[in-house]
Write a new protein. Structure first.
Length: 264
Protein backbone atom coordinates (compact mmCIF):
# COMPACT_ATOMS: atom_id res chain seq x y z
CA UNK A 1 0.00 0.00 0.00
CA UNK A 2 1.24 3.46 -0.84
CA UNK A 3 1.83 5.79 2.04
CA UNK A 4 -0.12 9.04 2.31
CA UNK A 5 2.95 11.28 2.23
CA UNK A 6 4.52 9.48 -0.74
CA UNK A 7 4.80 11.55 -3.94
CA UNK A 8 3.82 9.77 -7.15
CA UNK A 9 6.27 10.05 -10.02
CA UNK A 10 5.33 9.95 -13.69
CA UNK A 11 6.32 6.92 -15.72
CA UNK A 12 9.11 6.75 -18.26
CA UNK A 13 6.69 6.82 -21.21
CA UNK A 14 4.92 9.85 -19.81
CA UNK A 15 8.21 11.73 -19.33
CA UNK A 16 9.32 10.77 -22.84
CA UNK A 17 6.09 12.19 -24.33
CA UNK A 18 6.55 15.41 -22.31
CA UNK A 19 10.13 15.86 -23.58
CA UNK A 20 9.04 15.07 -27.14
CA UNK A 21 6.30 17.70 -26.90
CA UNK A 22 8.77 20.36 -25.68
CA UNK A 23 11.13 19.69 -28.59
CA UNK A 24 8.27 19.74 -31.11
CA UNK A 25 7.01 23.08 -29.69
CA UNK A 26 10.53 24.53 -29.97
CA UNK A 27 10.74 23.30 -33.56
CA UNK A 28 7.46 25.06 -34.39
CA UNK A 29 8.61 28.30 -32.74
CA UNK A 30 11.86 28.37 -34.72
CA UNK A 31 10.08 27.56 -37.95
CA UNK A 32 7.49 30.33 -37.52
CA UNK A 33 9.94 33.01 -36.36
CA UNK A 34 12.48 32.34 -39.09
CA UNK A 35 9.76 32.22 -41.77
CA UNK A 36 8.42 35.66 -40.86
CA UNK A 37 11.44 37.60 -39.62
CA UNK A 38 14.52 36.05 -41.26
CA UNK A 39 15.33 36.60 -44.94
CA UNK A 40 18.23 34.13 -45.23
CA UNK A 41 15.96 31.07 -45.12
CA UNK A 42 14.14 28.94 -42.60
CA UNK A 43 16.20 27.74 -39.63
CA UNK A 44 14.49 24.34 -39.72
CA UNK A 45 15.00 23.64 -43.41
CA UNK A 46 12.37 22.77 -45.96
CA UNK A 47 10.25 20.87 -43.45
CA UNK A 48 10.11 23.87 -41.12
CA UNK A 49 9.33 26.21 -44.04
CA UNK A 50 6.46 24.00 -45.22
CA UNK A 51 4.97 23.64 -41.71
CA UNK A 52 5.23 27.40 -41.09
CA UNK A 53 3.54 28.27 -44.39
CA UNK A 54 0.66 25.87 -43.72
CA UNK A 55 0.10 27.11 -40.16
CA UNK A 56 0.35 30.79 -41.06
CA UNK A 57 -1.93 30.35 -44.05
CA UNK A 58 -4.68 28.45 -42.22
CA UNK A 59 -4.50 29.89 -38.69
CA UNK A 60 -2.71 33.27 -38.98
CA UNK A 61 -1.70 34.48 -35.53
CA UNK A 62 -3.09 31.26 -34.11
CA UNK A 63 0.03 29.52 -35.41
CA UNK A 64 1.90 30.87 -32.37
CA UNK A 65 -0.82 29.67 -30.00
CA UNK A 66 -0.37 26.04 -31.05
CA UNK A 67 3.27 25.63 -29.83
CA UNK A 68 2.37 27.58 -26.70
CA UNK A 69 -0.38 25.12 -25.78
CA UNK A 70 1.87 22.17 -26.63
CA UNK A 71 4.56 23.55 -24.29
CA UNK A 72 2.05 23.99 -21.48
CA UNK A 73 0.65 20.49 -21.87
CA UNK A 74 4.13 18.98 -22.04
CA UNK A 75 4.99 20.58 -18.70
CA UNK A 76 1.76 19.21 -17.24
CA UNK A 77 2.74 15.72 -18.42
CA UNK A 78 5.67 15.81 -16.01
CA UNK A 79 3.16 15.79 -13.15
CA UNK A 80 1.40 12.69 -11.85
CA UNK A 81 -2.09 14.16 -12.37
CA UNK A 82 -1.86 13.96 -16.18
CA UNK A 83 -2.67 10.56 -17.65
CA UNK A 84 -3.23 8.96 -21.05
CA UNK A 85 -6.96 8.80 -20.33
CA UNK A 86 -7.14 12.58 -20.71
CA UNK A 87 -5.59 12.66 -24.18
CA UNK A 88 -8.99 12.91 -25.99
CA UNK A 89 -9.97 15.84 -23.75
CA UNK A 90 -6.61 17.52 -24.29
CA UNK A 91 -6.86 17.11 -28.07
CA UNK A 92 -10.39 18.52 -28.17
CA UNK A 93 -9.38 21.41 -25.93
CA UNK A 94 -6.38 22.37 -28.07
CA UNK A 95 -8.46 22.20 -31.25
CA UNK A 96 -11.26 24.35 -29.83
CA UNK A 97 -8.85 26.89 -28.40
CA UNK A 98 -6.98 27.21 -31.69
CA UNK A 99 -10.15 27.64 -33.81
CA UNK A 100 -11.78 30.15 -31.45
CA UNK A 101 -8.55 32.17 -31.18
CA UNK A 102 -8.33 32.40 -34.98
CA UNK A 103 -11.92 33.66 -35.15
CA UNK A 104 -11.24 36.26 -32.44
CA UNK A 105 -8.12 37.40 -34.31
CA UNK A 106 -10.19 37.92 -37.47
CA UNK A 107 -12.80 39.82 -35.45
CA UNK A 108 -10.23 42.59 -35.10
CA UNK A 109 -11.60 43.65 -38.47
CA UNK A 110 -14.20 45.54 -36.42
CA UNK A 111 -11.38 47.91 -35.51
CA UNK A 112 -9.40 47.80 -38.78
CA UNK A 113 -10.81 46.00 -41.86
CA UNK A 114 -7.38 44.86 -43.04
CA UNK A 115 -6.93 42.78 -39.86
CA UNK A 116 -9.44 40.20 -41.09
CA UNK A 117 -6.47 38.19 -42.39
CA UNK A 118 -5.02 37.95 -38.84
CA UNK A 119 -6.91 34.70 -38.18
CA UNK A 120 -5.90 33.01 -41.42
CA UNK A 121 -8.31 31.10 -43.63
CA UNK A 122 -10.08 29.39 -40.69
CA UNK A 123 -10.57 32.58 -38.70
CA UNK A 124 -11.78 34.62 -41.65
CA UNK A 125 -14.30 31.95 -42.69
CA UNK A 126 -15.76 31.48 -39.19
CA UNK A 127 -15.95 35.20 -38.58
CA UNK A 128 -17.88 35.87 -41.78
CA UNK A 129 -20.31 33.02 -41.04
CA UNK A 130 -21.05 34.08 -37.47
CA UNK A 131 -20.98 37.83 -38.07
CA UNK A 132 -23.91 37.68 -40.46
CA UNK A 133 -26.01 35.83 -37.84
CA UNK A 134 -24.85 37.11 -34.43
CA UNK A 135 -23.50 40.55 -35.30
CA UNK A 136 -20.40 42.18 -33.80
CA UNK A 137 -20.91 41.62 -30.07
CA UNK A 138 -22.47 38.17 -30.42
CA UNK A 139 -19.59 36.90 -32.52
CA UNK A 140 -16.95 38.10 -30.04
CA UNK A 141 -18.86 36.68 -27.04
CA UNK A 142 -19.40 33.30 -28.70
CA UNK A 143 -15.77 32.70 -29.61
CA UNK A 144 -14.58 34.02 -26.23
CA UNK A 145 -16.80 31.45 -24.52
CA UNK A 146 -15.47 28.65 -26.75
CA UNK A 147 -11.87 29.71 -26.03
CA UNK A 148 -12.43 29.72 -22.27
CA UNK A 149 -14.18 26.34 -22.26
CA UNK A 150 -11.44 24.81 -24.45
CA UNK A 151 -8.69 25.99 -22.10
CA UNK A 152 -10.58 24.57 -19.12
CA UNK A 153 -10.96 21.25 -20.90
CA UNK A 154 -7.33 20.98 -22.00
CA UNK A 155 -5.44 22.28 -18.95
CA UNK A 156 -7.96 22.09 -16.06
CA UNK A 157 -7.91 25.88 -16.04
CA UNK A 158 -10.14 27.36 -13.30
CA UNK A 159 -11.50 30.90 -13.80
CA UNK A 160 -12.57 31.01 -10.14
CA UNK A 161 -9.07 30.32 -8.87
CA UNK A 162 -7.60 32.83 -11.32
CA UNK A 163 -10.08 35.53 -10.22
CA UNK A 164 -9.39 34.78 -6.57
CA UNK A 165 -5.62 34.95 -7.12
CA UNK A 166 -5.88 38.27 -8.98
CA UNK A 167 -8.16 39.72 -6.29
CA UNK A 168 -5.80 38.69 -3.47
CA UNK A 169 -2.82 40.11 -5.34
CA UNK A 170 -4.55 43.47 -5.85
CA UNK A 171 -5.62 43.66 -2.19
CA UNK A 172 -2.09 42.83 -1.03
CA UNK A 173 -0.59 45.54 -3.27
CA UNK A 174 -3.10 48.15 -2.00
CA UNK A 175 -2.45 47.25 1.66
CA UNK A 176 1.30 47.40 1.20
CA UNK A 177 0.99 50.79 -0.51
CA UNK A 178 -1.08 52.35 2.27
CA UNK A 179 1.10 50.77 4.95
CA UNK A 180 4.18 52.33 3.36
CA UNK A 181 2.46 55.73 3.19
CA UNK A 182 1.51 55.47 6.86
CA UNK A 183 5.06 54.64 7.95
CA UNK A 184 6.49 57.53 5.92
CA UNK A 185 3.92 59.97 7.35
CA UNK A 186 4.68 58.77 10.90
CA UNK A 187 8.41 59.31 10.46
CA UNK A 188 7.86 62.82 9.10
CA UNK A 189 5.47 63.95 11.85
CA UNK A 190 7.10 62.44 14.98
CA UNK A 191 10.22 63.95 16.53
CA UNK A 192 13.02 61.70 17.68
CA UNK A 193 12.92 61.17 21.46
CA UNK A 194 16.02 61.72 23.51
CA UNK A 195 17.28 58.68 25.27
CA UNK A 196 17.55 59.02 29.06
CA UNK A 197 20.68 57.78 30.78
CA UNK A 198 19.86 54.67 32.72
CA UNK A 199 21.38 54.28 36.21
CA UNK A 200 23.99 51.56 36.52
CA UNK A 201 22.49 48.59 38.29
CA UNK A 202 24.90 46.63 40.47
CA UNK A 203 24.53 42.94 40.89
CA UNK A 204 23.68 41.58 44.27
CA UNK A 205 26.63 40.28 46.30
CA UNK A 206 29.20 42.38 44.45
CA UNK A 207 31.04 44.90 46.69
CA UNK A 208 31.33 48.45 45.53
CA UNK A 209 34.70 49.54 44.24
CA UNK A 210 36.77 51.58 46.77
CA UNK A 211 37.16 55.23 45.91
CA UNK A 212 40.43 56.18 44.29
CA UNK A 213 43.12 58.35 45.95
CA UNK A 214 42.27 61.98 46.33
CA UNK A 215 44.01 64.18 43.84
CA UNK A 216 46.12 66.97 45.35
CA UNK A 217 45.31 70.39 44.00
CA UNK A 218 47.89 71.75 41.67
CA UNK A 219 49.71 74.86 42.87
CA UNK A 220 48.45 78.04 41.41
CA UNK A 221 50.78 79.78 39.10
CA UNK A 222 51.85 83.20 40.29
CA UNK A 223 51.45 86.20 38.11
CA UNK A 224 54.96 87.52 39.00
CA UNK A 225 57.45 88.08 36.20
CA UNK A 226 60.03 85.29 35.70
CA UNK A 227 63.03 87.48 36.82
CA UNK A 228 61.47 88.31 40.20
CA UNK A 229 60.53 84.69 40.66
CA UNK A 230 64.13 83.55 40.00
CA UNK A 231 65.60 86.08 42.50
CA UNK A 232 63.21 84.97 45.22
CA UNK A 233 64.20 81.36 44.60
CA UNK A 234 67.92 82.27 44.86
CA UNK A 235 67.42 84.07 48.20
CA UNK A 236 65.59 81.04 49.59
CA UNK A 237 68.51 78.80 48.56
CA UNK A 238 71.11 81.12 50.25
CA UNK A 239 69.13 81.19 53.49
CA UNK A 240 68.91 77.45 53.44
CA UNK A 241 72.71 77.23 52.89
CA UNK A 242 73.50 79.57 55.84
CA UNK A 243 71.25 77.61 58.13
CA UNK A 244 73.02 74.39 57.17
CA UNK A 245 76.51 75.93 57.84
CA UNK A 246 75.68 76.68 61.47
CA UNK A 247 74.53 73.18 62.23
CA UNK A 248 76.76 70.93 64.39
CA UNK A 249 77.57 67.65 62.84
CA UNK A 250 78.13 64.60 65.07
CA UNK A 251 81.65 63.19 65.43
CA UNK A 252 82.23 60.15 63.40
CA UNK A 253 83.10 56.95 65.27
CA UNK A 254 86.70 55.69 65.19
CA UNK A 255 90.01 55.06 67.14
CA UNK A 256 90.79 58.67 68.09
CA UNK A 257 93.88 59.62 70.26
CA UNK A 258 94.87 62.84 71.98
CA UNK A 259 97.80 64.75 70.48
CA UNK A 260 101.18 64.55 72.40
CA UNK A 261 102.24 67.36 74.71
CA UNK A 262 105.40 68.04 72.73
CA UNK A 263 103.47 70.03 70.27
CA UNK A 264 102.99 72.68 72.89
Amino acid sequence: MAQKGEVKKPGIRQEFIAILGLFFALFLYLSLISEQFVDSGNWCGEVGRLIAQVLLGFTGWGAYLLPTLITLLSLLFFGPQMSYARLPQVTAGITGALISFCALASSLALYKPELIKAGGFIGETLYKLCHGVLGDSGTVLLFSLILLASLMLATHFSPYQLTRFVFRTIVLIIRSFFKGLKSVFTKLTTRPKRKKARPVQRKKGVAAEPPGPALEPEPLESNEPPLVKALAQAEQNEEAGDADSFRTTPVAKGNWQLPPLSIL
